[in-house]
Ligand binder design. Structure first.
Ligand SMILES: [Zn+2]
Length: 153
């Protein structure tokens, strides 16, 4: 039987407090990792393993959605001073697929308080990656991004 954790995540988005938006190509969630506050993951709605298997026009639509989420994450970071930001954070865009082979993009805001600003986050410990936000705080971050994304284009 085909079991893909991200297919499951997409199919259960409606009851997920970390769901941010269901867009034409991707479903956006607040990431389980909140060591960078506002970290989002955009999951392709369909099970596809390789980004380059998508037609170019579709790749463009996917990335337009990823960039839209990134703009909202930058604006929210600044508005709410996530990670002590006094300017919008740098965004790391990552489409890896090493662990889960279903196209998804990480939108990782690297805030002012970032401990390793010149490296990727993947050298962090699991605890650093996860961050210390409570489930309620995570749902609150997701709600902020959900509202701001609705108002964005
Ligand atoms: Zn899948």
């Amino acid at each position: 039987m085909h079991t893909c954790p991200l297919c499951t995540t997409v199919s259960q988005a409606a009851t997920n407090p970390l769901h941010i938006a269901t867009l034409a190509e991707c479903t956006a969630f607040l990431g389980e990792n909140q060591g960078c506050q506002g970290w989002c993951v955009c999951v392709l709605n369909e099970h596809v393993v390789h980004m380059d298997d998508l037609a170019i026009a579709r790749q463009e639509r996917v990335f337009a959605e990823v960039a839209r989420v990134a703009r909202v994450v930058r604006a929210a970071s600044l508005r709410h001073r996530w990670g002590n930001d006094i300017q919008a954070p740098r965004i790391n865009y990552e489409c890896l697929g090493n662990v889960v082979q279903h196209v998804h993009w990480h939108v990782v805001p690297r805030h002012a308080n970032d401990p390793t600003p010149k490296a990727t986050v993947w050298g962090w410990t699991p605890e650093q990656l996860q961050g210390d936000a409570t489930p309620q705080q995570r749902a609150g971050i997701a709600a902020i991004l959900r509202e701001m994304l609705k108002a964005s284009t």
